[in-house]
Structures are given as C-alpha cells and as structure tokens.
Design a protein around this ligand. Sequence first.
Ligand code: PLP
Length: 438
Amino acid sequence: VLYRELSELDKKHFLHPTTSIKQQQENGPDFIFTHGKGVRLFDLKGRSAIDGLSSLWNVNIGHGREEMARTAYEQMKTLAYSSCFATYSHEPAIRLAAKLADIAPGNLSAVFFTSGGSESNDTAYKLARHYWILKGEPERKKIISRTKSYHGVALGATSATGLKPFRDFTGSLAPDFCYVDHFSPADLRNKIEEEGPETVAAFIAEPVQGAGGLHLGPEGYFKEIRSICDEYGILLITDEVITAFGRTGSYFGIDHYSVEPDMMCFAKGITSGYAQLGGVMLTEELHRVFIDRSEGTLLHGYTYSGHPMACTVALKNLEIVESEGLIENARKMGEEMLKGFRSIEAESGIAANARALGLMGALEFVKNKETNERFQSPLAPKVVAEAAKRGLICRSVVFDQQDTLVFAPPLIMSREEMSELHSILEDAVKAVEKTIAP
Ligand code: PLP
C-alpha cells in the first residue's frame, strides 16, 4: 500500500535526474529504497540487492555506517554551518584541505571546495581561465575535452562533456569548448594547432572514462598527453570525480600513469555519499600565481564551499579508507572481479571485452566476438533488468553504439560478496542469451 502511494506521488511530483520520463510515468520507480547496509540496498518491497555501482560510483565505504552518522551528528551539533567567504574559516575545511594536499598526486597543494562533481568541473574551467588572465594571456579561454567524456551537467560541465546526447539536451552551450578523439594524442596535437595554442587554456580528461563506457587509456597515453600540454603551455586538468580515493586500487586514478596534473577535480568518493562535497585542487605553482598576482576578490564561491559537516564527514571517510585498507582491497577485489568477468566471457557466446582497473570494471555484449559486431538492439539494458530481478544493481552504457555493462562495487567488497555478484551476473547473462535466436 505504501509502495503504491509513494509510486503515484513519485510520478506526479518528482522529476528524476537522468531518467526516462516515459518509463517513469508508465511503471513508477522500480525500487523505492529504505535502507542500506554494507554492499547492499534494501527496498520497500522487502527485496535486497548488491549495489554493484556503489550507487553512483560514490558509496565507496559501503552503506549504513554508524560512525559516519555519529560524525555528522557531532559536527552538526557544534557547528552545522558557517561561511568560508572573505575572512571566515573553520577547522574542518582547513584540516581537510591539508589532508588533501598530503595525499594528492604531484604538487597539488591547494583546494577550492564545491558541493559535487559538476560544480568542481565548472570551477576548474573558470579558475584555469582566471589563471591565464592573471598571467596576462586572457585570450587563452578554450577548454579541450574528449569525445566519450562525462564531466557533469552544470553548463560548463555539459559543454565539456564529449557524449553528444548530453550536449544536445539543451538548446545552447557555453562558448570555447572543443573536443578530441578520446584516446588519440595526435588528435589533441592537431586540435591545438588548428585552434591556435595561444587560445587554449586547458585540456581535461578522466583517468578512466566511466559514464562514457569504462574506457582505460592505452599504454603511455597520459604521459604523451602531459608532454603535449607542456609543449604548448596548456594546463592539464584530471577529472577524478569517480576515480579518486581508492576506487582504482590506488589513491587517485592518475597515480597508475605516473603523471602529475596541474588541476584535479574530485567529489563523490571524498565522502562516500554521506554528504555532498567536491572540489578542485591546484598545484603550488598555480596557487602561487593566484597569491602573487590577484588584486581583487576571487569572485567565485558557493554558499556551501567548505561546508563544515561535509568536510568533517570527508575526513572520517578518508580515515576509514586508510584504516580499513580499502585501497588495497579495491586492488585485490578488482583482480577478482576481472577474473570472474573473464570466466563469464569464456562461458558465454555474447559477453566480451572484459576489463577493469581496481573496482571499476566492464563487460560488453557482441554478436560476433571476432569482429566485435553489435546486436541491433543492445543487450546490456536487458542484462541489467535480469540482474536486478536476481539482486544485483549495475548500469548499462549504450551511447555511441556501445553495449556495455559497468560496475563499481563498494571498496569494502568481500570475496564471498564478489562471488555472489558473479553468479547473479552469470545467470542474468544466460537468461538474456537464451532469448536470442541462434
Ligand atoms: N565528472 C565525472 C567523471 C563524473 O563521472 C561525474 C558524475 O558521474 C561528474 C563529473 C559529475 O558529478 P556530479 O554528478 O556530482 O555533479
């Protein structure tokens, strides 16, 4: 009865993010979640499911952790909110900034806080352009991004997003964004030459493309990108919104490629979803330019930049990531996850191209494993539905003729839970395979 009531209210009043409105109106919500514990979510109908995507690549330390609730409660009780504008500050934001400087790759040493990934991306573009204004090169405005990238939905972030449907959704975009092939350093070089290096502010890339279909860079890609940026004096921004804080089996995704960015966007895993927080980090050199050359006010700031409760929750989250060895667990369980995907691939006539970096992984569906020919109508959404029926939540990616399932389970995943994930997935793949005429 409660499900029916909520479902009707949902259809009538709730405009869901990134959702097929037609499907919502026809079926209402499939799951109305009530609580979470560990790697599982529970719903109103009494079902439970393994959260195979850590909800939105963010609940890294798992659901229902009381110490997080206690931390938030204590901070809210003492100082729920105060501003960090102008001359105001507070210990949670200061401590978190210092902690981030401690763990961040390379020379990243100063942080600007936001409430999420999209805000972080827009902030990075604005700070990059402001940096060039301070350096006396205000014509350096262009931001180059990659074809299958996803950087969020604020206007700048949408404009930088390579996945075209997100850009086509809105009637006009922010100016001075352009795109290059997602794994071609040569294409980046050509684009810089074509646009004129003196007009380019920054190049932005995700260390592992997630929403775009989980693409790992080819060997040497990031090193080459770094050297092209250096050659033309262009800033390299890494979007670590889903790859940071242990997800890939190292603290940051870019650590795998031994490359140091000039700026880095983060969000999601900084709090594991227990509070809304994101940010942008800058190198000491960039920060120095801001310190030495700024005369007016840094006219960029959100009400919730450095929210005390969110910062305290982030510190607690990082403490858990470190004390429970979750980065190492992500690496080990990531290998386990890939092994399972490969064995499903070997058994099945349609599963292919298994890949993973830490606990970010993918499996594709193809009609012909030799030629990678796709099915006319993608199978991944059908596998997602079959897996959900059996107690596993995962996501399909079908942009650009892809037919891919993506996974990013919580970093606390145990071997037993991983083998449960595999066996549900295997059954779901078999169920879909049966529906295909030989
Ligand atoms: N950047 C990347 C790489 C993402 O995957 C996402 C979200 O999935 C974002 C940015 C946007 O973050 P948010 O949804 O917190 O605005």
